[in-house]
Design a protein around this ligand. Structure first.
Ligand code: ATP
Ligand code: MG
Length: 372
């Protein structure tokens, strides 16, 4: 079906509002539309008041407006349309309007203009205006949908992160209470056995069991710490030092921490975001960087908390960042957003990687929540 067929078969009839003070010009428009075979209903209005009433009270598919009318111009009518938040297509159908008027019309957003001596094109122009209008409306709708869906995704991620942290805290508590309690009882019993025997064989087994037990206690503490960094209770700098030390011990990579924190209070949520960012950055370094040195810098200068984790490894490439199954860096970005911060990644292949978290120290981010 051609666009003209579309116009001819437009059902129900095209509702046209014609802003025109000259009855003869209106009659010419009517005649032109009849000749083009368009099914239409046209209403003529002459004043701004009539125009406003018409756009408020009836469904209109397209507006045709003369430029100069008694006491006002089509630009005033356009403004009425904006005030009423009506968004129908608006076509200037006028004699020569002059350059400045044309510029003014384009500036406010009117883009359809047909000179009155070119009426033969009227039905094409109407059709194009309606099509463009529909496309614009569809795009606006899609933009709104997209913004809403991004918002939903952000709050879902936020919720997910919180749930994960709560879940981790609950598991850490169980390990502490159940396993920790049992291990402590075993240690107590082993040391009792050790004190009440002189049999060398038994003592050898008791010592071996005590070593093994010590290992299990260390492991459960490490797991608890990873699940719920209680070390954060001692402050972010100490927690980051602890993280760096255990990373260095495990990986053998030289790791330095430079803390430039000046005692600004930091909310628990912010500390956790910074801690988890450092943790994931170190995990990535251990897995991919192939580096020999890691530096972690913390600062609260200029009322912005910055955490920078840099390595001298192979660097991240642009493709690395778009891996569909990689969620670490995406998660860091989302976490940063939950405290109104952002993440920068500076990476040059061959010269290492720096992951930089920046968070403005707003009232919210320096608020001391009561701990759970
Ligand atoms: N410090 C680094 N040095 C070199 N490459 C890195 C570094 N950190 C990350 N990368 C690269 O960036 C990719 C994306 O990292 P990201 O943490 O987002 O995901 P992942 O570690 O692959 O998976 P996940 O974290 O979801 O388990 C990695 O697969 C790796 O190729
Ligand atoms: Mg990762």
């Amino acid at each position: 079906m051609t666009s003209e067929d579309l116009l001819v078969t437009f059902q129900p009839p095209l509702r046209i509002l014609h802003l025109e003070d000259c009855a003869l010009d209106h009659a010419l428009v009517r005649r032109e539309l009849l000749a083009s075979g368009v099914s239409f209903d046209i209403e003529r209005v002459e004043t701004l008041e009539e125009f406003e009433r018409a756009i408020q009270n009836s469904h209109i598919d397209v507006i045709l407006a003369d430029y100069r009318l008694p006491g006002f111009t089509a630009l005033d009518a356009w403004n009425v349309l904006q005030v009423n938040k009506s968004k129908m297509p608006f076509i200037l159908l006028s004699g020569a309007i002059g350059e400045s008027a044309a510029v003014a019309a384009i500036k406010v957003g009117i883009s359809d203009y047909l000179p009155k001596d070119d009426l033969g094109k009227l039905h094409h122009v109407i059709l194009r205006a309606i099509e463009l209008h529909d496309v614009r409306e569809a795009k606006e709708l899609a933009d709104i949908e997209l913004a809403l869906s991004e918002q939903r995704l952000a709050s879902f991620t936020d919720h997910l992160q919180k749930t994960i942290e709560q879940e981790r805290a609950a598991i850490a508590r169980e390990i502490h209470d159940d396993i920790g309690g049992a291990l402590a009882a075993i240690r107590f019993d082993l040391s009792w056995i050790g004190r009440h025997t002189e049999d060398p064989m038994t003592l050898t087994h008791v010592n071996a069991a005590t070593d093994m037990l010590q290992h299990a206690i260390g492991a459960s503490q490490r797991i608890m710490m990873n699940l719920r960094p209680a070390i954060l209770d001692q402050g972010l700098a100490d927690a980051i030092h602890w993280l760096a030390d255990s990373f260095s011990k495990r990986s053998g990579i030289e790791t330095h921490v430079r803390s430039g924190l000046h005692g600004q209070p930091l909310s628990k949520s912010l500390q956790l975001v910074a801690y988890r960012t450092a943790q994931e950055a170190l995990t990535n370094i251990g897995k991919y960087a192939g580096c020999t040195k890691v530096t972690i810098e913390l600062s609260d200068a200029e009322n912005v908390l910055t955490l920078e984790v840099s390595d001298n490894g192979r660097g991240i490439s642009a493709q690395d960042l778009t891996k569909p199954t990689s969620f670490g860096i995406r998660g860091m970005k989302e976490r940063a957003r939950t405290v109104d911060g952002w993440l920068d990644i500076s990476a040059q292949p061959g010269t290492g990687t720096a992951i930089i978290l920046s968070v403005p120290l707003t009232a919210q981010n320096t608020h001391q929540e009561t701990s759970e």
